[in-house]
Design a protein around this ligand. Structure first.
Ligand code: NVA
Length: 317
């Protein structure tokens, strides 16, 4: 199909706040009525490529594409060796001729941007070193479900406070900043001194927050970040590709563990999110992830609904 208004989802702020809200509301519709939209009927193919490990992302994109009437074309990253055996632009042009959209998990954001520039079909970020925007859509849907729904109008989740503690420099932190600010959240990051967010991303998020009534606060302390928060989120201290840094990261990150004591400083009834995989005893305790505040399984399920929504929004235009 020809895309008269070709759009991509490479970073959280590729959507405006109203577009983000539209996608989140569509996700809720698809969750309630999973086969109600068939934008990939044919079946049309969606290429799904992984250059890094995956469980949820592969399961949710393949199941999601099938539920939308399409064919999930898994392209093995180890065989294709995108950017090694064949350049990114060449790969993009070949896949673009055979598919309706391309979903790619890789390292460099610049490679993903190059794919988008040459594919001729929508490209979706299934995680890069820089961002994980599909996860944030799932998280925002989960927050809506567990903290009082979408706001009546305006940005999706105006006024609620989300605290993320842990690695401030990783893809999740950056996507919480951008996607959270877009949703009208007050986003607080608590991260060790040497693992603070990219200042350019903080600046972009602050500019978005100025337009949505949200806010962005970056701290070097966990308790201050979590105090009064409605949502407490964390992620692994060692992201994919950083395995060599495992030992050196242990000491600086220790004070940022999400445990019962830290959770005590959050708002009464606060919910806990974690994109998984979780390392119990490291960034989160077993007690918290298995406890009453945890919404991590709903969050994981919501990947499916959120990604069906963004795919539908991108291809059905
Ligand atoms: N920050 C983590 C997220 C995993 C879904 C990583 O990049 O490994």
């Amino acid at each position: 199909p020809t895309h008269s208004r070709l759009r991509h989802f490479l970073a959280d702020d590729d959507l405006t706040w109203s577009e983000q809200r539209e996608v989140l509301e569509l996700a809720a519709v698809l969750k309630a009525d999973p086969y109600s939209r068939q934008p990939l009927a044919g079946p049309q193919s969606v290429a799904i490529i992984f250059d890094k490990p995956t469980l949820r992302t592969q399961a949710s994109f393949t199941a999601g594409v099938a539920a939308l009437g399409g064919y999930p074309m898994l392209v093995d990253g180890r065989l294709a060796q995108v950017g090694v055996r064949e350049s990114v632009p060449d790969t993009a042009r070949v896949l673009g001729r055979m598919t309706t959209a391309i979903v790619w998990r890789t390292y460099a954001q610049s490679a993903l941007e190059e794919m988008a520039a040459h594919a001729g079909v929508p490209v979706v970020n299934a995680l890069t070193d820089a961002y994980h925007p599909c996860q944030i859509l799932a998280d925002l849907l989960t927050i809506a479900e567990h903290t009082g729904g979408f706001t009546a109008d305006g940005p999706a989740l105006s006024g609620r406070t989300l605290a993320y503690v842990g690695d401030g420099a990783n893809n999740m932190a950056h996507s919480y900043l951008l996607g959270g600010a877009l949703a009208g959240l007050h986003v607080r990051i608590g991260a060790p001194e040497d693992y603070q967010p990219d200042p350019a991303v903080v600046k972009r998020a602050a500019a978005l927050a100025a337009g949505t009534g949200g806010s962005v606060t970056v701290l070097e302390e966990a308790t201050a970040a979590v105090t009064g928060a409605d949502v407490v989120a964390t992620d692994t201290w060692v992201s994919m590709g950083q395995e060599d840094e495992k030992d050196e990261r242990e000491a600086p990150f220790r004070p940022f563990q999400v445990n019962a004591e830290l959770l005590d400083s959050a708002e009464e009834g606060a919910v806990v999110l974690h994109c998984l995989p979780a390392y119990r005893g490291k960034e989160i305790t077993d007690e918290v992830i298995e406890g009453p505040a945890s919404r991590v399984w709903d969050e994981a399920e919501n990947r499916l609904h959120a990604q069906k929504a963004i795919l539908t929004w991108l291809v059905d235009r």
